[in-house]
Design a protein around this ligand. Structure first.
Ligand SMILES: Cc1cc2nc3c(=O)[nH]c(=O)nc-3n(C[C@H](O)[C@H](O)[C@H](O)COP(=O)(O)OP(=O)(O)OC[C@H]3O[C@@H](n4cnc5c(N)ncnc54)[C@H](O)[C@@H]3O)c2cc1C
Length: 325
């Protein structure tokens, strides 16, 4: 059942069920509607079919603001890692889990690449749910009725730019340059963060674009795509072509290599027939929990963190846990 029935509007009293309908009805200026739509496109959701609940994304940002991690995202990973070491977490790097072991109908540990096993009372998987299916990591999840998860067909291309010359004091942190004339829509990030540049006479700029994962492109194809992204970014960075020292391009193939799948999931959204709901945190196998961007409440760093908090709540407080009070 649709938990939030859409209000009806217009002569025919049709319900407003998609983000595009909200834009058309609430925002008369097509440029404002394009701004609204961009929040959906970033996650690969087509505003024409994305549920109206996607309007919560700009609402959250406009109401509560957005966060930037000083030092870039690497600093967040480092901080979490240090915290885990303090709490005596043991890490085993470059060693995929090949199978979640089952005993008496519940998860009992994991088998690692190379043959070692680790016993556990509870197993929490942060790996992408589609990769668990594909690689038969949890035989029960890969059977006839695999765990449902968000349907995503898009990834990201990231172009990291090293520029000579200082960042202007009034430069905007984030600019969305909408696609035109064959150029993709890009997000241009220019944080004023000394940790990202060697000195005040240089600037680091990150340009991202959301792209379909098929058809795949070869390296030359991605370089050509990156050329068009940089061209678009020029609208937000004065003198970009003359200032460019070098660039580094990260493609969906890099995302696949680093995470297990090329697709990048978005946040959980109600509506759309459940198509945009991630996997639930309790898995069908008792004792195995799903966390991370492919589990409830979905992709994005804040959501991925929340999924971990929810799983911790389930394990500590039991199956009735419904969030902190
Ligand atoms: C280019 C790009 C830009 C983004 N920008 C933003 C942004 O600006 N803001 C934001 O909030 N979010 C952003 N996101 C999304 C955000 O990065 C993700 O939602 C978040 O990192 C998901 O975290 P995670 O822990 O679920 O998984 P991931 O960070 O994807 O990590 C999954 C991990 O599981 C490991 N793994 C996979 N299979 C196995 C296995 N069998 N055994 C052991 N380990 C395994 C992988 O090696 C990987 O380390 C972006 C994502 C991308 C790709």
């Amino acid at each position: 059942r649709e938990p939030y029935p859409a209000p009806k509007a217009g002569l025919l009293r049709r319900p407003t069920t998609t983000l595009a309908q909200i834009g058309a009805r609430e925002l008369r200026d097509p440029r404002l509607a394009a701004l609204l739509d961009a929040y959906a496109w970033t996650y690969g959701f087509d505003p024409a079919t994305a549920p109206a609940s996607a309007a919560v994304l700009p609402y959250m940002e406009q109401t509560f603001g957005s966060w930037y991690v000083g030092g870039g995202l690497r600093a967040l990973a480092d901080a979490v890692y240090e915290r885990c070491l303090e709490r005596r977490v043991a890490f085993v790097f470059d060693t995929p889990v090949e199978e979640v072991l089952e005993k008496d109908g519940r998860a009992a540990g994991v088998r690692l690449a190379g043959g070692g096993t680790v016993e556990a009372d509870q197993v929490v998987s942060g790996a992408p749910v589609p990769a668990l299916h594909r690689d038969h990591v949890v035989p029960r999840l890969s059977g006839d009725a695999p765990t449902p998860h968000q349907a995503v067909g898009t990834s990201r291309v990231t172009v990291c730019l090293a520029l000579r010359g200082p960042r202007e004091a009034e430069a905007v942190h984030r600019t969305v340059v909408h696609g035109a004339d064959g150029r993709p829509t890009v997000t241009v990030l220019r944080p004023d963060d000394p940790a990202l540049r060697p000195d005040a006479d240089h600037e680091a700029v990150t340009v991202t674009a959301t792209v379909p994962t098929s058809p795949e492109r070869d390296a030359a194809g991605w370089e050509a795509f990156a050329d068009r992204m940089v061209e678009a970014a020029g609208q937000a960075v004065p003198g970009l072509p003359e200032r460019l020292l070098w660039r580094h391009v990260r493609t969906p193939e890099d995302v696949r290599r680093d995470t297990g799948v090329a697709e990048v999931p978005g946040p959980a959204l109600a509506g759309a027939g459940g198509r945009l709901l991630p996997a639930g945190n309790p898995s069908p196998l008792p004792g195995l929990w799903l966390a991370g961007g492919w589990a409830h409440p979905g992709g994005g760093l804040a959501h991925a963190g929340m999924s971990g908090a929810l799983v911790a709540g389930f394990i500590v407080e039991g199956a009735d846990f419904r969030g902190s009070r």
